[in-house]
Design a protein around this ligand. Structure first.
Ligand code: PMP
Length: 411
């Protein structure tokens, strides 16, 4: 025996485990509704035309090279990323109150946030929606932070439990951290209305809570960058006089560069008494964030950031990108309608309107773990045991089979 013999083997990651089983399945009618990645109408990954334009432009530049980026990342990328998220009229941008660090996609941005909080505010409790993205708690727990949850999904009504949500904010220790999904809540596909956002943010403000917006689907959810940034911008407006705001921004979905790991961490500083004070705090925080990044990844990956910087800084490519986001979001919305309509035609017991009213990549179908298991075993349809289905995996060729199979397992 060696020192390694007592180390236990862990079960496979739930989501990536589904991907593995799906890959091994030899049934030709198999359908992958597991992992959240966009697929075209033939079930194939899609390289966005805007990304192709940017790649072409970069590769035809004779000065293109593979040098290291700065520790804080590519400036043209982080500035562009900040502009689309906070908006051109953002008071925080005008007052130069945002520190931005390029990150290893959204996960890396969350990791920077968790490291930063654990270093300077280790006593703070982190609150996540119940349910939330499977990796959220793991990222913060890995930094020894104490994690808790606030009510979100009300299974009986398939809507947000606003009373429970607001009450959790009210009773949390003053100055806690609340992680909010900026749009397209994963896994429920259920977002607060504009009015609900205002109530949530006001309540957070009353408790001096710190807000962390996780923005993984901007533009992907509705096809409109501004619409999907509503909550973040309202948060900056309502809270940032008082408390800092963390934003973790992923470009995995909206530019479809999942594996290139393009993301950004933004820290919006609370307003200081004067500009000099702001500059001083900003410089201090920037140096601390760079120290975190330096010891872990030294400097962020360059390729995806260069592509996104091209897209954000060229009008023609930006326009194409906006069209691409509409292409993706409208195909997903069309598939939501198609599945709902087919279930209604089949007379499948229950009400399926939530499939249409939910937004973003996922639908929280309400199917039980047992039904999900049968879908996989008997019908070669793969999804997470919580009943979360990635709608991007549906297309005109498989939606019939999926509807009939759901009908069969529900009946
Ligand atoms: N947050 C949420 C809510 C997500 O759904 C995801 C992707 N599934 C991420 C963050 C991070 O993804 P990535 O690291 O690929 O950007």
């Amino acid at each position: 025996a060696t020192i390694f013999n007592n180390i236990e083997q862990l079960p496979p990651d739930a989501l990536f485990g589904i991907k593995q089983r799906y890959s091994k399945d030899t049934r030709s009618h198999k359908v992958d509704l597991g992992i959240g990645a966009y697929r075209d109408n033939n079930g194939k990954p899609w390289v966005l035309p805007s990304v192709k334009l940017a790649e072409h432009s970069i590769h035809s530049d004779p000065s293109y090279n593979h040098e290291y980026l700065n520790i804080s990342g590519l400036n043209a990328f982080t500035t562009g990323a900040s502009n689309i998220l906070f908006g051109p009229d953002s008071i925080a941008i005008k007052e130069s109150r945002i520190v931005s660090n390029q990150s290893v996609s959204g996960t890396g941005a969350l990791h920077i946030a968790a490291k930063f909080i654990s270093k300077f505010f280790p006593e703070k409790k982190i609150y996540f929606s119940k349910p939330t993205w499977a990796n959220h708690q793991a990222i913060f727990q890995a930094q020894n932070l104490q994690c808790d949850s606030y009510p979100y999904w009300d299974a009986a009504t398939k809507s947000i439990d606003m009373e429970g949500y607001l009450n959790a904010i009210k009773t949390a220790p003053r100055g806690s951290v609340f992680v909010l999904h900026a749009c397209a809540h994963n896994p429920t596909g259920l977002d607060p209305t504009n009015e609900q956002w205002a109530n949530i943010l006001d309540m957070l403000n009353m408790g001096d809570h710190l807000v962390l917006f996780d923005s993984a689907y901007q533009g992907f959810a509705s096809g409109d960058l501004n619409k999907d940034a509503y909550a973040v911008r309202l948060g900056v407006e309502k809270l940032s006089d008082n408390v800092p705001i963390f934003v973790c921004q992923s470009f995995a979905k909206n530019v479809g560069m999942y594996g290139e790991r393009v993301g950004c961490f933004h820290l919006v500083l609370p307003r200081q008494s004067n500009e000099d004070e702001t500059a001083k705090v900003k410089a201090a925080l920037s140096s601390q964030l760079n120290k975190i990044v330096r010891s872990e990844i030294s400097n962020p990956p360059a390729y995806g950031a260069k592509i996104v910087a091209q897209i954000l800084n060229d009008e023609n490519m930006t326009n194409q990108w906006h069209k691409d986001m509409v292409t993706m979001s409208s195909r997903i919305i069309k598939m939501r309608h198609s599945l709902r309509d087919k279930l209604n035609e089949l007379g499948t017991p229950g009400n399926w309107d939530h499939i249409v009213s939910q937004t973003g990549m996922f639908s929280f179908t309400g199917l039980t773990a047992d039904m999900v298991k049968r879908l996989e075993e008997e019908h070669a349809i793969y999804m997470v045991s919580s009943g979360r289905a990635s709608i991007a995996g549906l297309n005109e060729h498989n939606v019939d089979h999926v509807a009939k199979s759901i009908d069969e397992v529900v009946n």
